[in-house]
Design a protein around this ligand. Structure first.
Ligand SMILES: [Zn+2]
Length: 244
């Protein structure tokens, strides 16, 4: 898949980092972003700016006033509109060479099963563990890499799941953690974690560098510390324990 002159000019600053070959891999890639809130705003902006070929956006929500402190894809005039509709309009304006597919629906197992099978990589930009563990299960089933992040207040965590290679999310979270009905978030926290997710996605797609495999990266914005915790596959994991 070759790049046209406009694309070569648009991606000039990054082609010197990832090469034309890397850029062509990005153009061929299809990525699903589950959740277009605080994390999803950042990841989608960077992946579209970077020239990923196709982005599928899944979110059931509409823009609310209290989203605007951190969900930077949206502004005041968007309140009440479906997030995926507003997001896809803005992202198309940013880069018309990326195909954006908005889907306004809940992240149910049925719909995830269909969507995950059609993409190369999945971004977990969800805000609750119940849906996240369903997404994890579907990604393991389809053998697709999943870039997870979660945030709360000044804190966040990142983990890359490559089924059969790394632990899955269920390996490290045997029981579903409770999600508060209203997660407190400082605006830059999703910015930090969403940027790291985009970074890992671009590395996995281009095959450049080493993704954060078998590691949980914990961000503490209050102390400004990153902690790397080694994580291991759980042989008794109900989702991936039997997989070789
Ligand atoms: Zn597992």
């Amino acid at each position: 898949m070759s790049l046209n002159p406009e694309e070569l000019a648009r991606y000039d600053r990054q082609i010197s980092v990832i090469g034309v070959e890397g850029q062509e891999k990005l153009k061929k890639a299809r990525v699903l972003i589950v959740g277009v809130g605080g994390l999803g705003s950042i990841v989608s902006l960077y992946l579209v700016a970077a020239g990923v070929g196709e982005l599928v956006l899944l979110d059931e929500g509409v823009v609310e006033l209290s989203n605007l402190n951190r969900q930077i894809l949206y502004d005041t005039s968007d309140i009440g509109k479906p997030k995926v509709t507003v997001a896809s309009e803005k992202l198309r304006r940013l880069n018309p060479w990326v195909s954006i597919k908005p889907i306004q629906a809940r992240a149910s197992e049925e719909i995830l099963d269909k969507l995950v099978g059609e993409v190369d990589l999945v971004i977990d930009a969800l805000d609750n563990w119940e849906s996240r563990l369903v997404l994890n299960k579907v990604c393991v089933k389809h053998n697709k890499p999943l870039v997870h992040a979660g945030i709360q207040g000044f804190y966040g965590q990142l983990m890359v799941v490559v089924p059969r290679v790394t632990p899955c999310l269920q390996c490290i979270v045997p029981r579903t953690p409770l999600t508060p009905s209203k997660i407190p978030v400082l605006p830059p926290t999703p910015g930090v974690l969403g940027s790291l997710q985009a970074n890992e996605a671009l590395k996995i797609i281009t095959g450049i560098g080493k993704p954060a495999l078998n590691k949980l990266i914990v961000y503490d914005g209050l102390k400004m510390e990153f902690t790397v915790v080694n994580v291991y596959r759980n042989p008794n994991c109900p989702i991936c324990g039997d997989l070789k």
